[in-house]
Write a protein of this length. Structure first.
Length: 169
């Protein structure tokens, strides 16, 4: 990203001065944790620094709320994935359980996979997961989803092309 694509620090500083306290309070009420609220408020203002132009924003609190909601949703989704992963490895014997660094890398990879899959239509995502995670055949997926075998093939092709970056959903 070039420096010309980044907002000038002056409007961001003004936005921060005028709205940081309000945004932090709003996030604290939503999250119930002042520390998480502080982190997400900072992430929101980092996004403001990356915005092409803050001059066009007519309703700064509405804009900040929109950005903060997206960041909060990503944060909560990541925490949910991390919790599910930790629950899954909790059943492994201690020597087989990955260490903290490996868990962090796996959690990051799961978040990236989740973000990729989120770009797919629900049925294509479900068919892909049934195939790749549960190991079902296309015929079994068709029965489970109540669709034809040819539809499952279309879902899988769409998912494969999307994940390969060849087509958008």
């Amino acid at each position: 990203m070039s420096l010309s694509a980044v907002a000038s620090p002056q409007p961001v500083a003004e936005l921060y001065r005028e709205h940081h306290g309000w945004l932090h309070g709003w996030l604290r009420r939503k999250l119930g944790c002042t520390y998480q609220a502080a982190d997400l408020a900072q992430d929101t203002f980092v996004q403001a620094l990356l915005a092409p132009s803050l001059d066009e924003i007519r309703e700064p609190r509405a804009w900040l709320t929109t950005v903060a909601r997206r960041i909060m949703a990503n944060h909560l989704r990541r925490k949910e994935l991390e919790r599910a992963y930790l629950d899954a490895i909790a059943s492994h014997p201690e020597p087989l359980a990955p260490g903290p660094e490996e868990r962090a890398l796996i959690t990051e990879a799961l978040c990236e996979i989740d973000a990729l899959l989120a770009g797919l239509p629900a049925r294509a995502r479900q068919a892909f997961l049934l195939s790749q995670v549960e190991g079902l055949t296309y015929a079994e997926i068709a029965r489970r989803l109540g669709v034809s075998l040819s539809m499952v093939k279309k879902y899988m092709l769409r998912a494969t092309l999307h994940l390969a970056g060849i087509v958008k959903p």
